[in-house]
Design a protein. Sequence first.
Length: 57
Amino acid sequence: MDKEFVQKVIQMRNAQKAFFESRSPSFLSEAKRLEREVDKMIEKMIKEEQHPSLNFG
């Protein structure tokens, strides 16, 4: 599994945990931002899996 992806998921989970502990809007904003990044990474992985010939790097 991609190390960058794992690190991003860890960051996201930490931000989610911080939000649920504090209910701070800034932690919520950070968690949502990281969730969007993780979603984009997943989408990219799925596309690369479906079309491996288009994977240039």
